[in-house]
Design a protein around this ligand. Structure first.
Ligand SMILES: N[C@@H](CCC(=O)N[C@@H](CS)C(=O)NCC(=O)O)C(=O)O
Length: 212
């Protein structure tokens, strides 16, 4: 059986778990905490980042690589849109969600949850305010123009929707939510992703960690 390594509250692990769930693929979850010196994680993830996947003889890390492998190895239920242009657009939104967006939206979670609880340092609220007031608004402006008023970006739920919503799940654990009066489409998309039948059990399992 496949093994997925990672802490399920990571935006990247959540994305990989959602893809496994959409594709109805059985797997064993091996809880692995980044930043903890976990030697088992280091064996399967050279950068000690989560997620990592082992499928038979294959061992890969990085959520994008994992999701794309799952799509090509188990194509029956797709998680990317068909057609080269739609697929390229989905890849771009996934990339954007996992880089600039994750650094800022999940960065709020990093500051307010990881810094005091894992690194045992005081929260830098100045850094949080900079993310919320300076870094995030242009990112949200851009995404607002990429998202339909209804439904998911490509019709059915795809990796692109999950990659854009997932950092905001973390931000939500850190008392941040998108201002729906300024970014109504993005705010509604995040709520639709969270309410999808595949996401509900994943979010329920991780919310326990945050008193949910
Ligand atoms: N590009 C990677 C990013 C993974 C990542 O940064 N994961 C974080 C947790 S959310 C991590 O493991 N950080 C540990 C570290 O940077 O040492 C992916 O898509 O999987």
């Amino acid at each position: 059986m496949m093994k997925l390594y990672g802490a399920n509250a990571s935006p990247f692990v959540r994305k990989a778990m959602a893809v496994l769930a959409i594709k109805q693929l059985p797997y064993e979850h091996i809880p692995s905490m980044p930043f903890s010196g976990d030697q088992e994680l280091a064996k399967v993830s050279p950068l000690s980042k989560v997620p990592a996947l082992v499928d038979g003889d294959l061992n890969i890390a990085d959520s994008k690589v994992i999701c794309r492998y799952l799509e090509s190895a188990y194509p029956e239920i797709p998680v990317y849109p068909a057609g080269p242009q739609q697929r390229a657009r989905a890849d771009w939104l996934e990339e954007y969600g996992g880089t600039v967006l994750a650094e800022s939206a999940a960065g709020i979670f990093f500051q307010r949850f990881m810094v005091p609880n894992v690194f045992k340092r005081p929260v830098d609220e100045e850094a949080v305010n900079k993310i919320i007031n300076e870094n995030l608004p242009p990112i949200l402006d851009y995404l607002e123009g990429q998202i339909p008023a209804e439904g998911f970006i490509f019709g059915d739920l795809t990796v692109a929707d999950i990659a854009l919503a997932s950092p905001f799940v973390n931000a939500g654990y850190a008392q941040y939510s998108i201002d729906a009066s300024l970014w109504p489409k993005l705010s509604a998309l995040v709520e639709r992703v969270k309410a999808h039948s595949v996401m509900i059990p994943l979010l329920k399992a991780e919310a326990a960690m945050f008193g949910g």
